[in-house]
Design a protein around this ligand. Structure first.
Ligand SMILES: [Zn+2]
Length: 190
């Protein structure tokens, strides 16, 4: 199955929500998920916009729902990264049901595309349904092994491995370099 760019975008947004709202460390630096309503709204809007995308208008209710979903989505990434697909599936199926995830044909730039909608067309329910569907389609395909959690010390970042050979172990080159340096130091100071 070809994991197309729309699905990559959904899993990327899922990872961004997880990384914004959960985790104690990011790339060796302490990470404190936002707690005030204003900060949660801003972090959610940034996660949904992706790199250079349009920043959506996020309400307080949208942000609260997606913060709670982010905690569930982290468990999916953690289980999948540990190759525990049974657990990942048992987390995703109730999420698909709860969000009312369903495919719908939408017209974009003159072509019909299959998008995933939720039980209602609110921003948060739509994205929760989309993220759960993206992860479900990844798990049920050859992309199952590409949901990752960074293996570096002091990093809780989750990611989708889009590399050619799918053997990424770190969220970033900074974590890869940090780990290499630490391993080198451990060898030379022994
Ligand atoms: Zn990392």
């Amino acid at each position: 199955m070809d994991f197309d760019s729309h699905l990559v975008a959904l899993v990327d947004v899922a990872a961004r929500l997880v990384n914004a709202h959960t985790g104690d460390w990011a790339r060796g630096v302490e990470h404190t998920p936002p707690t005030s309503s204003e900060d949660r709204i801003a972090a959610t809007a940034t996660a949904l916009a992706r790199e250079g995308g349009r920043v959506p208008r996020v309400t307080r209710a949208d942000a609260e729902l997606l913060v709670s979903r982010a905690h569930d989505l982290r468990q999916v990434f953690v289980a999948a990264a540990a190759n525990d697909l049974d657990t990942a599936a048992s987390l995703l199926n109730p999420m698909l049901l709860a969000t009312g995830a369903r495919p719908q044909l939408d017209q974009r730039e003159g072509a019909w595309q299959v998008h995933f909608h939720g039980a209602d067309d609110s921003l948060a329910v739509g994205w929760a349904a989309g993220c759960a569907t993206g992860l479900a389609l990844a798990l049920g395909s050859s992309w199952a092994g590409r949901l990752g959690t960074c293996e570096a010390e002091r990093c809780d970042v989750v990611y989708l491995d889009t590399s050619k050979n799918g053997s990424r172990r770190f969220c970033s080159t900074s974590c890869q370099n940090r780990t290499k340096t630490a391993a080198y130091r451990a060898r030379t100071t022994r």
